[in-house]
Write a protein that binds this ligand. Structure first.
Ligand code: SF4
Ligand code: SF4
Length: 311
């Protein structure tokens, strides 16, 4: 069954699939301490449902296994004609990945229920209190880098994670978690512009530009803008410098072009909705995006070419 599922998943575009047991995930204690220390900024939803995060069977009665799925996103950083960028995962030319991946996972869940009638499955794509990276790590798909990303040797870390929880008695699928392969490298820690990666595996989310430019409510301070470079949504720097992301770095060549920052600043809600309403850019929303653009455009200009990243 697992090999059939892997084949089907690959046919749908997933690049990896792993299965772990529905039990307390690795790193739960570290996550718990991280929350207690208040390192999660204003993301209060992360504080909730700790008992479910600890006991994932509470998400699906009788759950036996958690299937972790990896779906790639672009390695090319979307950019504007005037030299500004946004994080890769936001994929401004595609529908929000949550819905796309859910449809694909539904096809896999149907295969499971055909093979195991009277079983139940539940799809989770950032939609449930689940330590997604921990389960993917437990399944042996990849290792957790010092930048806290899940890294697949030979591929890197530019991907989404999705999970299917299932009561189906999937055959034993024994894998060992992969040991950390960072070695002496600390490029991500040295390159983090905000100091959010304070030490290996140790992130202060309240300082992280991904959080500050998307989740944080309120204006974008000048002090934050000075660390943003020319990226006005998210931040990929700790992934860009990772040598594991330099594999097949030039495999994609097509530029992903956004409207200029001037055009975005002139958009009203309806124009924004028509252009980006179905994409991941709807998460920060037009108001936050405008604040971010205005904050970095108010700084003395820099040479866009210096910060344009294509790997
Ligand atoms: S996303 Fe950017 S700000 Fe956040 S930890 Fe990585 S490099 Fe630092
Ligand atoms: S940049 Fe280096 S230390 Fe950081 S995650 Fe990648 S390999 Fe590990």
């Amino acid at each position: 069954m697992i090999s059939d599922l892997i084949e089907k998943a690959k046919g749908l575009g997933f690049i990896s699939l792993g299965v772990s047991r529905a039990e307390t995930p690795p790193f739960f204690d570290q996550f718990s301490k991280w929350i207690c220390a208040g390192r999660h900024g204003e993301m209060s939803w992360l504080e909730r449902h700790m008992e479910i995060r600890q006991h994932p069977r509470r998400l699906l009665e009788g759950c036996n296994s958690i299937i972790s799925l990896v779906y790639p996103y672009t390695k090319i950083k979307p950019c504007t004609p005037d030299g500004f960028t946004i994080a890769r995962y936001s994929e401004p030319k595609k529908n929000d990945y949550h819905r796309r991946l859910r449809q694909m996972c539904l096809a896999l869940a149907e295969s499971i229920s055909e093979r195991y009638p009277k079983t139940n499955s539940r799809i989770c794509i950032d939609s449930a209190p689940l330590l997604e990276r921990s389960f993917a790590y437990a399944s042996g798909i990849g290792f957790i880098g010092k930048n806290n990303s899940l890294i697949i040797p030979g591929y890197g870390s530019y991907f989404f994670l999705a999970e299917i929880l299932t009561t189906a008695p999937l055959p034993a699928y024994e894998t060992s978690p992969m040991e950390n392969l960072c070695g002496q490298c600390k490029s991500c820690i040295e390159a983090c512009p905000s100091g959010a990666l304070e030490a290996p595996f140790n992130l202060d989310a309240a300082k992280c530009l991904s959080y500050l430019t998307i989740e944080h409510k309120g204006p974008t301070d000048r002090s934050v803008a000075m660390k943003m470079g020319r990226c006005f949504i998210g931040c990929d720097i700790c992934q860009e410098v990772c040598p594991y992301n330099h594999v097949n770095a030039q495999a994609e060549s097509e530029e992903i072009m956004l409207p200029s920052t001037e055009e975005i600043l002139n958009m009203d809600d309806r124009q924004f909705s028509d252009t980006f309403g179905d994409t991941a850019l709807s998460r920060p929303g037009l108001c936050k995006i405008k604040q971010n653009i205005l904050a970095i455009r108010s700084l003395p200009s820099r040479d866009p070419g210096q910060e344009k990243t294509i790997y």
